[in-house]
Design a protein around this ligand. Structure first.
Ligand code: HPA
Ligand code: ZN
Length: 339
């Protein structure tokens, strides 16, 4: 199908990707054996059978179980490398990658082990694959603000490797304003800010993320659509939403991809990007997410081009690098139109 080729060849950035969510079942089993970590699963199919989620919490319970097999620097390096190879195969030229240090430090895996393992793969991928990256530290919002602050302090010696802080995990009952002080300190230290908001939580959490955490992007943001004034504000300010269609489907945020609000978001003037979130758990990397919404919503190539363009524009790259990547996008789409 012509559109599949168009999507595959489209240069793009991925801005909402949890590195722990790229742990494919075969790698989970291999790391469990290597590190002698007991798992309740004995095979790939047993793992896959467990991936039926009614909501975000169902997923998170299994996601945190999976993180327990990640122990050594080598584990983090191999996990990250495997993602970057797959991403580059899908013409991802730039990736901004979340990691959840508290999921590891709470198991006594040192912060340095996590960051150094991931970072080594990022450096290797820049050279060997030509993919640029940034790293975003996410605080687990179901844990306390004090724990988040302690994690921020642990990150300070590694600041040259981490561009931003974010907020993920169980949303409802853990509003952004629980972390106002942590994000203020992060900004004072020079970190950019993003936050998951409006995935399961209400539009007011999106508003709080903007007003209290001063975020540059909203991760997910689906529930913003419930509040017209908020939509107008997001559109006027050009605040990007990092939308994750297959994640939304698998976690019951939408009932069917045909109900996905991506086109409505774009029609209402929002700066939308398409991303994979936790591809090993949700059944697809970034191209499968583009394809899923293209099929369900009947997107034409113009819209797909716009989504790819948004992904570079919404990135944390310096202007000059953005311009270079946008030129690559335009050159590739001109080629495809000509052929
Ligand atoms: N939402 C919240 N927390 C997460 C997610 C998500 O989609 N993925 C990994 N942690
Ligand atoms: Zn996410």
């Amino acid at each position: 199908m012509a559109q599949t080729a168009f999507i595959e060849r489209l240069p793009k950035a991925e801005l909402h990707l949890h590195i722990e969510g790229t742990l494919e079942p075969p790698m989970m089993l291999a790391f469990a054996e290597r590190n002698r970590v007991p798992l309740p699963y004995g095979s790939v199919s047993e793992i896959q059978n467990a991936y039926r989620f009614r909501n975000l919490q169902d997923f998170l319970d299994i996601y945190y179980l999976g993180t327990r097999v990640l122990v050594t620097k080598q584990d983090f390096r191999e996990l990250t490398w495997a993602y970057l190879v797959r991403a580059r195969e899908q013409n991802v030229l730039h990736a901004e990658i979340f990691f959840d240090p508290q999921a590891h430090t709470d198991r006594d895996v040192p912060f340095a082990t996590v960051v150094n393992g991931i970072h080594q793969a990022l450096v290797e991928a820049k050279d060997a694959l030509g993919i640029s990256t940034r790293l975003i530290l996410c605080f687990l919002r179901h844990l306390s603000a004090e724990a988040a602050m302690a994690t921020l302090e642990e990150a300070l010696p590694f600041q040259d490797r981490i561009v931003a802080v974010g907020l993920d995990s169980s949303e409802v009952g853990n509003p952004p304003n629980k972390f106002t002080d942590v994000f203020a300190r992060a900004r004072a230290e020079g970190f950019l800010c993003v936050a998951h908001a409006g995935e399961e939580g209400p539009a007011d959490y999106v508003r709080q993320a903007l007003d209290e955490l001063l975020v540059r992007r909203i991760d997910h943001g689906n529930r913003s659509l419930d509040d017209d004034a908020l939509v107008e504000r997001l559109a006027r300010d050009g605040t990007p939403l990092t939308v994750c269609p297959l994640s939304n489907l698998k976690l019951g945020v939408i009932e069917s991809l045909k109900d996905h609000p991506l086109l409505e978001m774009m029609d209402r003037g929002l700066m939308v990007t398409v991303n994979s979130d936790d591809p090993a758990y949700f059944g697809g990397y970034v191209n499968e997410n583009y394809q899923a919404v293209a099929d369900a919503l009947g997107l034409n190539n113009e819209v797909l081009y716009r989504l790819a363009r948004n992904s570079f524009e919404a990135s944390f790259l310096p202007e000059q690098e953005k311009t270079g990547l946008l030129a690559k996008l335009d050159a590739e789409t001109r080629l495809q139109k000509a052929s």
